[in-house]
Design a protein around this ligand. Structure first.
Ligand code: FEO
Ligand code: CA
Ligand code: CA
Ligand code: CA
Length: 654
C-alpha cells in the first residue's frame, strides 16, 4: 500500500535497528489430487519450470511497434492523469467484481453509499483487491476460479478515518465506532474465491450461484501448520493449543502451487494491533515487527480484545504468515505455513528444483528488510498428496555482496540458513529458544546473520525459461547509506534486481545478482549521468516510480506494476498515475502498457492458460478523494479486477 503520500507510510519507516553494516554487504495452473481430477492439467516439474517450451509457436509475436524487442508487439501508451483506465491500442479492458459485488447467496446488491453492515459485507466481494490467481476448471481458458486478495480498507493515517468503506461518512463512523463497524472492516479484508465464466458475448461474468464462491475474512477459522504450530509463542488465552487461529488480513501479494492451491501473503498485520491502555508497552519483538504502540490504525482492538497486545501479547505472532488455501474445496480450512517464516510477506514466487523440491521466494516489505527463500525437504509428486510439502524445509535469508562475478552480473550473494540447530550464531543466541522462535521472529534471526537491508522488497517473479529471479525494490526515501544492490540514498524511484542461482539450481546457497532497471525520471533529471534519471532503459517515454507487482507470462515477458507517487509534480513530473509496464528481459526494453485511474495502484496479475485473458487489479482508486472510477459521475471509487483482452483474440503482450 502506498496511501496518500503527504501522510505517513508505515512501510517507509524502518523497524530494523540491527547493526548489520550495509557497507559490508555492498551491494499454470495445476491442482491437488482432487483439483487435478477436476482440471486434468496437473503439472510435471519440467512443465512448471517452463521447460516444456512455454507457448506454442502459434502464439509468437503478432507485430512490432517501436523499440527492438520481438517479444513485445504492442504500442506503448503515454503517461496520463485522467481518471480512467487506459490500455494499449488494440486491447480492451472490462471491470469485474468491484468491492461490494454480491458473491454469496443472500448478498445484497452494492448499495452505493457504503451503508452495508458487517453481515452484508461478509457476502460481498471485499475491498482493496491485490494479489490473485486464476485456477482453470478442467484446464479451460473460459471458466475458472479467480482467487483475489483484499488487502485492507483505506484509512487516512492522519485522522484515523476510513476513507470509503462507510461511504463518505467515515468521520461520523469514527465518532460512534462500534462492534459492527469493526466486523464490517474485518469482513472487507481477506480473500474471495470467485467462480467466473465467459458468456456468449465473450465477456467474463461471475457465476452467481456457484458453490465455489467463498469469502475468507479476518473472522474465518484457520490452522497453524508446520514447525511453529502449537509453540508457546503462538498460544493465547483464546487458543491455548497454539494451533487454531481466527482469520487472515492484510493479504497483499500471492502465489500458487502446481498442486492447485493458492498462497495468500499476510503483510502489514502490525497496523491491526494496538492497545486501549494508553502507554507504549511493547516488547522488543513487537517493536521489531512494528506493532502500533497505542491505538492501532484500524481500531479493531477497541471491540475485539485479542487485538490489544497488552491483553493478548501473542496474538500478533499468529499473523505475518503465508496461508495456503484449496480453492476447489469450499469447506477446506486454510493453513498458515510457519516453515516459511513470519514477516511482512509481499508475495510468494513458487518454483521447483530440477529434482522436484518446492522453492518459494519471498520479500519482506519494509524499509531495510530482507529477501527470503524456502526450500522444501520433500518433493512434489504430480497427482500425489503434496499437502505437507510446505511444512518441512529450510528457510534462508539473502546477503548481497559486492565484487565482480565471472559473468555479466554485478555481484555475488549468499543464502544464509535460518536454522537454530545448524547455524552456530543462532545456536548460541538465547533469545531464540528453539526453531519455532526463529520462524516466529524470522526478522530478528535474519538480523543476527547479517542479511542485506533492502529498499522495501515487494514482489518476486521467476523467469519461466531461465529460472532467473527478479524482485521489485519499491523505494526507500529514508535510506542514508547506499550499497551496490540498493545504490541510492533517499531512493524515491525504486529498482528491480535480478539474480541467478549458482548452477541454475533453485536450491543453491550462492547466487550472482544484477540491477535490471534503476527507475528514475529523465523528465526531471535530464543529465543521464545522474542516478536519479535511471538506467539507460528508462526514458522520458516510459518513466515510472515504485515498481511493486511483478510477474512473467509463459513467453518470458516481464509485467511490472507500480504503486508510487502519482502527483505528476516535482520529482514525479511526467509520470502520471500508477501504471503497468512490460519488459523484455533480454533487451531490457520497457514499454508502458496500461495506466490506471487517479490515486490507484495497479497490482495483482494472472492469466488464463492460453494467455489470451489477463486479469489485473486496480487498488484504492481515489484514496485521497479524487476519483470516481469505475462508475464515474459521483459514484464511490471502488477497487476492482480488470479483465484485459486483445481485440484480435491474441496473446496479451503480442
Ligand atoms: Fe501490500 Fe508491499 O504491498
Ligand atoms: Ca497496496
Ligand atoms: Ca507498494
Ligand atoms: Ca505491493
Amino acid at each position: 500500500m502506498q496511501r496518500n503520500h503527504n501522510l505517513i507510510d508505515s512501510e517507509d519507516i524502518p523497524t530494523n535497528l540491527s547493526a548489520n553494516p550495509e557497507f559490508q554487504n555492498v551491494v499454470r495452473q495445476a491442482v491437488s489430487r482432487r483439483g487435478f481430477l477436476r482440471s486434468g492439467t496437473g503439472l510435471t516439474a519440467a512443465m512448471f519450470l517452463g521447460l516444456g517450451g512455454g507457448l506454442a509457436a502459434g502464439c509468437a509475436t503478432a507485430g512490432r511497434a517501436g523499440g527492438g524487442s520481438s517479444l513485445m508487439g504492442f504500442q506503448a501508451i503515454p503517461a496520463s492523469t485522467a481518471d480512467a483506465l487506459q490500455v494499449a491500442p488494440g486491447y480492451s479492458a472490462h471491470v469485474l467484481a468491484p468491492w461490494g459485488t454480491p458473491l454469496i447467496d443472500g448478498a445484497p446488491a452494492f448499495g452505493g453509499d457504503g451503508s452495508e453492515d458487517a453481515a452484508a459485507q461478509a457476502l460481498q466481494v471485499g475491498d482493496n483487491h491485490d494479489g490473485m490467481h486464476y485456477f482453470p476448471i478442467n484446464g479451460q481458458s473460459n471458466e475458472g476460479l479467480l482467487v483475489v486478495n483484499h488487502e485492507y480498507s483505506t484509512v487516512d493515517e492522519k485522522t484515523g478515518t476510513y476513507v470509503w468503506l462507510f461511504g463518505t461518512k467515515g468521520a461520523d463512523v469514527k465518532a460512534r465506532w462500534g462492534k459492527d463497524h469493526v466486523h464490517k472492516s474485518m469482513n472487507a479484508h481477506g480473500v474471495s474465491v470467485i467462480h467466473i465464466r465467459k458468456n456468449a458475448q465473450g465477456q467474463w461474468d461471475i457465476v452467481p450461484d456457484s458453490a465455489y464462491n467463498r469469502r475468507i475474512t479476518a473472522l474465518s477459522e484457520m490452522e497453524m501448520a508446520g514447525p511453529a504450530a502449537g509453540d508457546v509463542l503462538l498460544q493465547t488465552r483464546g487458543d491455548p493449543s497454539g494451533r487454531r487461529v481466527q482469520g487472515t488480513f492484510n493479504n497483499c501479494g500471492s502465489g500458487f502451487t502446481p498442486w492447485g492451491t493458492y498462497l495468500t501473503c499476510e503483510e502489514n498485520f502490525n497496523n491491526y494491533f494496538g492497545t486501549t491502555g494508553g502507554a507504549d508497552r511493547r516488547s522488543a519483538a513487537l517493536r521489531r515487527y512494528g506493532i502500533s504502540p497505542k491505538e492501532s490504525l484500524y481500531q479493531w482492538e477497541k471491540h475485539e480484545a485479542r487485538f490489544d497486545y497488552v491483553q493478548e501479547p501473542n496474538e500478533s505472532n499468529r499473523f505475518g504468515w503465508i496461508v495456503e488455501i484449496d480453492p476447489f474445496d469450499p469447506s477446506s480450512v486454510p493453513k498458515k505455513r510457519t516453515a516459511l517464516g513470519r514477516f511482512k510477506h509481499e508475495n510468494a514466487a513458487f518454483t521447483l528444483t530440477s529434482d522436484g523440491r518446492a522453492v518459494v521466494y519471498m520479500g519482506d516489505d519494509q524499509a531495510n528488510d530482507y529477501i527470503y527463500k524456502f526450500v522444501s525437504d520433500g518433493r512434489y509428486v504430480q497427482g500425489g498428496d503434496n499437502s505437507g510439502l510446505l511444512d518441512q524445509g529450510r528457510l534462508y535469508v539473502a546477503r548481497f555482496d559486492a565484487g565482480k562475478t565471472t559473468g555479466d552480473f554485478a555481484g555475488t550473494g549468499e543464502w544464509l540458513l535460518l536454522d537454530k540447530q545448524v547455524n552456530p550464531r543462532l545456536q548460541a543466541d538465547r533469545s531464540f529458544a528453539n526453531q519455532a522462535a526463529v520462524l516466529v521472529h524470522a526478522r530478528m534471526a535474519a538480523d543476527v546473520l547479517g542479511a542485506t537491508k533492502m529498499d522495501r522488497p515487494e514482489w518476486v517473479a521467476v523467469h519461466p525459461k531461465t529460472g532467473e529471479v527478479y524482485v521489485t525494490l519499491t523505494n526507500n526515501p529514508g535510506r542514508t547509506v547506499a550499497d551496490e544492490a540498493n545504490p541510492r540514498a533517499r531512493n524515491i524511484y525504486g529498482q528491480i534486481v535480478r539474480w541467478r542461482e549458482t548452477g541454475h539450481d533453485a536450491a543453491a546457497t550462492t547466487f550472482e545478482w544484477d540491477i535490471f532497471v534503476l527507475a528514475g525520471n529523465p523528465n526531471v533529471y535530464s543529465d543521464r549521468s545522474n542516478p536519479r534519471s535511471g538506467t539507460a532503459n528508462v526514458t522520458a517515454d516510459n518513466a515510472f516510480n515504485s515498481p511493486d507487482g511483478l510477474a512473467f507470462d509463459a513467453d518470458g515477458r516481464l509485467w511490472i506494476e507500480t504503486d508510487g507517487g502519482y502527483s505528476n509534480q516535482g520529482e514525479y513530473a511526467g509520470q502520471g498515475n500508477n501504471m503497468m509496464l512490460c519488459a523484455d528481459p533480454a533487451t531490457r526494453e520497457i514499454r508502458r502498457f496500461l495506466v490506471g485511474p487517479r490515486e490507484c495502484e495497479v497490482t495483482g496479475i494472472t492469466f488464463t492458460p492460453d494467455y489470451r485473458t489477463m486479469f489485473i487489479n486496480i487498488q484504492h482508486p481515489g484514496e485521497a478523494g479524487d476519483s470516481h472510477w469505475p462508475s464515474g459521475g459521483q459514484g464511490l471509487p471502488r477497487s476492482a479486477t480488470v479483465v484485459i483482452t486483445k481485440d484480435d483474440g491474441g496473446v496479451i503482450g503480442t
